[in-house]
Design a protein around this ligand. Structure first.
Ligand code: ATP
Length: 237
């Protein structure tokens, strides 16, 4: 049986005043799987994710998320989605606890304080709950951003370069955490990355993007076998 799709994108395009950032891409993400958008700078990954989040209006094409038309009906699904990127600043002048409580209340979590404590423990942030978010290291901020993204136990989690700017050990820790979290919850994850090692570790399927198009797709092992690791990294990233 074909698993139902958590995401279905149909001939999606985004033209920024003449710059065709995303050019008629189509793909589906089976529910409960991890899909990676792999591509170098300017490939169109962030633009695609922004359209999936309803933050950018597509020039043309369709997006269905969790069975709803994102363009007509996004408020039906936004509460079941979440997003994390180390590039998006968290409010600096709030404590970590305040920051997470704001998001917990925003999503109408039943016992917000308990949820925040529980996530802090899972992400090794308990000792930092009282600190100003602006004072944290990049690795600690990334974990706060992840806690924020998991606050509503999203059915669809979008991650833009989740381990960019982390040192190798912290990056490994975050990847392992995401792997375990996904295995436990079976959430659907769509992640953008230019790191093949990260994609190999986390993704079931890969969409290779270049200049706004999907130029190839397949399981990480199949792509590595087809191109070889060096070619894959040199030609596409
Ligand atoms: P990166 O890894 O560098 O973030 P990306 O794959 O996420 O790259 P996008 O950020 O989606 O790529 O950019 C795709 C193309 O769209 C690039 O050529 C970029 O310059 C252009 N672009 C992105 N945002 C805008 C904007 N607001 N206005 C005009 N052009 C834009």
């Amino acid at each position: 049986p074909i698993p139902p799709s958590a995401v279905a994108v149909d001939r999606l395009s985004k033209n920024y005043d003449g710059i065709l950032a995303v050019d008629e891409i189509s793909f589906t993400v089976p529910a409960g799987s991890v899909m990676a958008l792999l591509g170098g700078n300017g490939a169109g990954k962030t633009t695609t994710i922004s359209m999936l989040l309803g933050l950018l209006t597509p020039t043309s094409g369709g997006i269905t998320v969790l069975g709803h038309d994102m363009l007509a009906d996004r408020y039906a699904v936004l509460p079941r989605m979440n997003f994390s990127s180390p590039y998006v600043d968290l409010p600096h002048r709030l404590s970590v606890r305040q920051n997470l409580l704001v998001y917990a209340r925003l999503y109408g979590i039943a016992r917000p304080r308990e949820r925040v404590e529980q996530l802090a423990e899972a992400l090794d942030l308990t000792g930092f709950l009282g600190r100003w978010t602006g004072q944290l290291s990049a690795g600690q901020k990334t974990r706060v951003a992840l806690a924020k993204a998991l606050i509503n136990q999203p059915d669809l989690l979008l991650l833009d370069e989740p381990t960019a700017s982390l040192d190798p050990d912290t990056g490994d820790w975050v990847r392992q955490y995401l792997k375990d979290y996904q295995a436990k919850t079976r959430a659907t994850i769509l992640l953008a990355s230019h790191n093949m090692a990260e994609v190999e570790r986390l993704a079931d399927h890969v969409l290779m993007m270049r200049a706004g198009r999907i130029v190839d797709r397949g399981a990480p092992a199949a792509l590595l076998a087809r191109y070889g690791r060096n070619n894959l990294e040199e030609v596409f990233l």
